[in-house]
Ligand binder design. Sequence first.
Ligand SMILES: [Fe+2]
Length: 390
Amino acid sequence: MPSYVRAGSLPAKRHIQFRRPDGGLYAEELFSTKGFESAFSLLYHLRPPTATLDVRVWKRNSPALEPNEPLRNRHFQTRRSRRPGDAIDARIPILGNADILVAVADVDRRMEYFYRNAGGDELLFVHDGGGTLETPLGVLEYRAHDYLVLPAGTVYRLQPATPTRLVVHQSRGHVAIPKKFRNEFGQLVEHAPYCERDFRVPTLGEPVDAQGEYEIRVTSGARDALYIVQNHPFDVIGWDGYCYPYAFNLDEYAPVTGKLHQPPPVHATFEAPGAAFCAFVPRLFDYHPLAVPVPYNHSSVDCDEVLYYVSGNFMSRRGIAEGSITLHAAGAPHGPQPGAVEASLGKASTDELAIMLDTFAPLSLASGAHTFEDPGYYRSWLEAGEAPSR
Ligand SMILES: [Fe+2]
């Protein structure tokens, strides 16, 4: 929620009579988080969003998670995915824990139904492709390198205009802009890597004035249901508040660079319970005359690190390609592979684009992890010729 937004027609005050041209009342809806204690928006519908015709069983296969055992660093080549579908059905879970689930999705068709994840925010990263995100609060045109932030409970449809590769993060909580990038009033500070102008909010068009039988697939944690509602979900005539879907494009991210190697926290984008997100975007390298541009070996003992490689030359990683995901697990040191340090010396810049997720609880492996794993990755730090064949 970058800042306050208002759109469409609103009454002068909240919770007062607000009438349609035919004299009837618009239906006010409070869309709130953390009970009544945190960010919220007020929506004004043509008709109540509560008119439910039927609730049915929605049989969804919850992703089975297995421990990362034996504990080791792993590499998943997800570009080999060949299971397209709509933005919900195409999801292939890769990694997860109680805080967050990571999936990839190759989206090649429109959603003919509505979807609502009430269990937590969704953070969608658009690797490539473009189209429209439709919500009651308006539509957002999306494009490659967009992050789309969907507050928990948002009813939406994602409609690709061109085939779209998504990285889907399903949080158990709320995705937020890190506190260190905000001042005491919530405004983004001068040293933040983005500013309010970089965030795109939905454009609210005319409300859909229609009644019928509309299917909303609802999920909330391990509970699912299929709702049939009477009133079209996109019948909002106005809304205001701090709780709304928005987009941020990574091409707008202004990276911090330094004299010496900068650690991932300076590249932060978002945070969520048990999770921190960073982005490595094209940037100048460090300017000390003896600087080593690639990262040092490190043991990050308190978190699992997940990198999704989007584009460019991933200098410190051997065998990595677009769509690769690496899991560098707490307890397993990682760093540049042999030759990478020497190859980086004197380089002035990088064109790599990658997104990162750190989790503070161990990640487990989902079905896609087994499908896409490059099983020899944990041996990729051996010098050529050192690795006995096996
Ligand atoms: Fe790392």
